[in-house]
Design a protein around this ligand. Structure first.
Ligand code: FAD
Length: 506
């Protein structure tokens, strides 16, 4: 790095850190250095177009940056890559969608920074109930128009919807540590209402068991979607296949570089240097060479559960260390089904149950899938269909090969049994798993004030900005929130109020 000096060092070129870095660089004139250990930027938002991607680099990148690993494929992975099966397809590590589409935090923040991103909104949805598919288009489900429900069911479901949408942020945070199951059941014993809200909770938080979902955080998400004027049949989107979701961290890093900063890949922070309770800089390995870089402000955007790998735990109280190490993660089994012709006609589809306790899981296992090439035709060769399907898994389940295989078998069988022509049209399948879609699952006692604060309470000059630190709601939009909060704490200015509409601030 020679003699260059920086005002801020960001650890990680994912979403949270670069959001903070971009705001500080563009609005506060700070000189920002981003150090990313992987060979490409993006973190868990990494994308692949396979024009120049071998099996080895694909497997290394999903594992290095996205805590995702290959499980199996049909045909086997050497044939999948070498036989040209992936030519013309693009996808991410796992599936990626933005829940509130253009009105969510991600797009709002990018626009604030003068960047824009093309989004392909979903406009139709399917919901399977007792072996039958119910289709919704452009919000036809509005007002509780769910044909499998009786009038009584609709009244009860609508009652819970209204409670959620009308809740203030303070009221929602007051039930951060109550489970969604307990909260919904305290208002109604209607079974269809339970199913509807528990499946929605799974889709929001990537957690199957409603007893493990934070009512407060889940309600903030539903309320955000509704107040933004979205519904479940038009509440998500795809991003252009090329460059893919990775354009989000890419654009944030562009802002940093346009404002005099630098983004280095292949740059691992080995240690955050702390003296007398104050950050002094970092010790990094940059393309094989060890370097000490002095800097009074370090923003960590690596997952908080992994922070003690490079921020010595001796600087923190034991209670904090054990709490952070004890957070459990929400994972995912992500499957790509490539079809030689269009078989599915909805952009996103929910299946309330494909497996359950009887199979060794902790609750009903739900399945969701996206017709990603239907939203963005560039994601598959002309005439073909790419479906990104997933089931939620706890981190423990993600490492249980037998359970994961069972879930995969059920996913494929569901498609074969319920979509005529699926079996015949299936060209190839790729099965991956991640234990860290959300590194600190949105569970009671893991959200709100339970998370490490954006401004570290124990080390001066240390800040956190990731979807696992101080923020609300899920995943990408949560990481953006965390980045905006961190930029506010570093600068002393309220960027949350400046950038976000009120229903996305808390
Ligand atoms: C399979 C999967 C599916 C997902 N689906 C969705 C979705 O549909 N919608 C959605 O909104 N979100 C989704 N997400 C989540 C979304 O990708 C994340 O919320 C977002 O990328 C988090 O950004 P972040 O900055 O908090 O962390 P990350 O993206 O993890 O970035 C942290 C970065 O820090 C780097 N790093 C860590 N330690 C060091 C070190 N010592 N030195 C240097 N660099 C370091 C890492 O390599 C990484 O690049 C998904 C994630 C996965 C894994």
């Amino acid at each position: 790095m020679g003699s260059e000096s920086y005002d801020v060092i960001v650890i990680g070129a994912g979403v949270g850190g670069p959001t903070a870095g971009a705001i500080l660089a563009q609005k506060e004139g700070m000189k920002v250095l981003v150090l990313e250990k992987a060979s490409r930027l993006g973190g868990r938002d990494i994308s692949f177009d396979f024009s120049d991607e071998g099996e080895k680099s694909y497997r290394k990148l999903i594992s290095d940056a996205a805590s995702t690993w290959y499980m199996k494929s049909e045909p086997g992975i050497p044939e999948l890559f070498e036989g040209g099966h992936l030519d013309g397809y693009t996808f991410e590590a796992g599936i990626h969608t933005l829940q509130i589409t253009e009105k969510g935090r991600t797009n709002t923040c990018l626009e604030y920074l003068g960047k824009s991103m093309k989004l392909y909104p979903a406009v139709s949805a399917g919901w399977w109930h007792k072996g039958e598919l119910y289709r919704f288009e452009n919000g036809s489900e509005k007002g509780g128009n769910f044909p499998w429900m009786t009038d009584d069911d609709r009244v009860e479901t609508g009652k819970i919807n209204r409670l959620m949408v009308k809740m203030s942020a303070e009221e929602a945070h007051a039930i951060d540590h109550v489970s969604l199951k307990e909260w919904v059941q305290s208002y109604t014993d209607n079974e269809k209402t339970h199913e509807f809200h528990f499946v929605n909770g799974t889709m929001n938080c990537t957690i199957n068991d409603p007893a493990n979902i934070s009512a407060g955080d889940c309600i903030l998400m539903n309320r955000g979607v509704a107040r933004a004027g979205k519904r479940f049949s038009y509440g998500g989107c795809s991003t252009p296949g090329v460059p893919g979701f990775v354009q989000i961290p890419g654009k944030l890093c562009e802002v940093i570089e346009e404002n005099g900063g630098k983004v280095l890949t292949g740059a691992r922070v080995k240690e955050v240097l702390i003296e007398n309770g104050k950050v002094e800089g970092v010790l990094a390995e940059i393309n094989g060479t060890e370097e000490k870089i002095e800097c009074p402000v370090v923003i960590n955007s690596g997952m908080v559960n992994e922070m003690f790998r490079y921020i010595p735990e001796r600087h923190f109280p034991y209670t904090f260390v054990s709490q952070v190490k004890g957070f459990w993660r929400a994972g995912i089994g992500a499957v790509y089904f490539a079809l030689n012709e269009k078989v599915v006609n909805e952009h996103l589809t929910f299946i309330p149950k494909i497996a359950g306790r009887e199979d060794g899981f902790d609750s009903d296992v739900r399945m969701g899938f996206w017709d990603s090439s239907g939203m963005d035709p560039d994601r598959a060769p002309e005439g073909k269909q790419l479906l990104d399907a997933y089931v939620s898994l706890t981190d423990e389940q993600a490492h249980d090969r037998k359970l994961v295989d069972l879930a995969y078998d059920r996913m494929k069988k569901y498609m074969e049994d319920h979509y005529p022509g699926f079996k015949e049209a299936l060209a190839w399948t790729l099965y991956t798993v991640s234990d860290s879609l959300v590194p600190v699952a949105q569970a009671p006692y893991q959200v709100g004030t339970a998370r490490p604060r954006a401004k570290c309470n124990f080390v001066e000059g240390l800040y956190m900005a990731s979807d696992s630190s101080e923020c609300s709601m899920a995943a990408n939009d949560a990481a953006i929130h965390a980045g905006i909060i961190a930029a506010s704490r570093v600068s002393g200015k309220d960027y949350v109020a400046e950038i976000l509409p009120d229903y996305l601030q808390d």
